[in-house]
Design a protein around this ligand. Structure first.
Ligand code: ADP
Ligand code: TMP
Length: 236
């Protein structure tokens, strides 16, 4: 498979065409951003760690019956995926209160949410990815009622599949964000699952091991991503 022209350069990944019209080459870069791109840094090895992490998680999800865009890892920092027409709605699942939920509702960080809370955000950097509801998504044409139903069911299923793996490794999967898209009329899980797009705490100490280390200037960002991977048994 050959890398074609650059189609899109996002905040953390670059997307290239390939020889196949329906497949994309995704490069995981070391660029790290927070606060809607206001804080930017290059963190050595992050692209490789996230690509390997994502490849393993996507493989586990596929084995558990989730339909994903992932085809295979091409190199330490590259992956081959099915080209999706992305749905511009981000799906967030929360097992504990953290981040924007704490700010928005004044909850105590760490409050257990069981059953989990499911939220939708519009993928729109210019608007700062605002929270939306199903009515907004349907009314303004971002997703159909059927698609939203499937996205919620798949997101909660992903949570069920992964939560136990993190717990068995002594960690709490606090929350995560997923993106979906359409491939030949079918809704597939797209984008990535990595410590850039989820929150993970040590179960005993509640030490933050995810991108909050970058957001909050706690240091050892990539080292913590490596720790999550190693504890989950992901080979880096
Ligand atoms: P952002 O666009 O938020 O800055 P990234 O740097 O991660 O994010 O860029 C990757 C882009 O590729 C995202 O916009 C994501 O929606 C998109 N994407 C992910 N998977 C696919 C796919 N299979 N097909 C088409 N686009 C995808
Ligand atoms: P939040 O607390 O900032 O709303 O984020 C919830 C989770 O979703 C957290 O793990 C970060 C992730 N997330 C992204 O990765 N990108 C996004 O654009 C959003 C809204 C959330």
């Amino acid at each position: 498979m050959n890398k074609g022209t650059l189609l899109y350069s996002g905040k953390a990944k670059s997307v290239y065409a390939t020889d196949a019209a329906d497949q994309l080459w995704i490069e995981f870069r070391d660029d790290t951003s927070a606060f809607n791109g206001q804080k930017l840094e290059k963190l050595a090895r992050k692209g490789e760690v996230n690509n390997r992490f994502n490849s393993q998680i996507m493989t586990w999800l596929a084995e558990a019956g989730i339909r994903t865009h992932f085809i295979r890892q091409i190199s330490p920092i590259d992956a081959l995926v099915h080209k999706l027409t992305m749905i511009p709605v981000e799906c967030v699942v929360r097992n504990c209160a953290a981040g924007s939920l704490v700010k928005r509702l004044g909850l105590e960080e760490g409050l257990e949410l069981n059953p989990p809370v499911f939220e939708l955000f519009l993928k729109n950097d210019a608007l700062g990815d605002p929270m939306i509801n199903e009515d907004h998504a349907i009314r303004f044409g971002w997703a159909s009622e059927d698609q939203l139903h499937t996205m919620k069911a798949q997101s909660l299923r992903v949570n069920e599949i992964l939560k136990g793996r993190f717990a068995a490794a002594g960690m709490i999967l606090v929350d995560f964000k997923l993106e979906f898209g359409l491939y030949q009329g079918e809704l597939l899980l797209g984008d990535e699952f990595s410590p850039d797009g989820c929150r993970v705490w040590d179960a005993q100490t509640r030490k933050k091991l995810d991108k909050d280390r970058f957001r909050q200037g706690l240091g050892d960002v990539v080292e913590s991503y490596v720790e999550i991977a190693q504890r989950l048994g992901i080979t880096l």
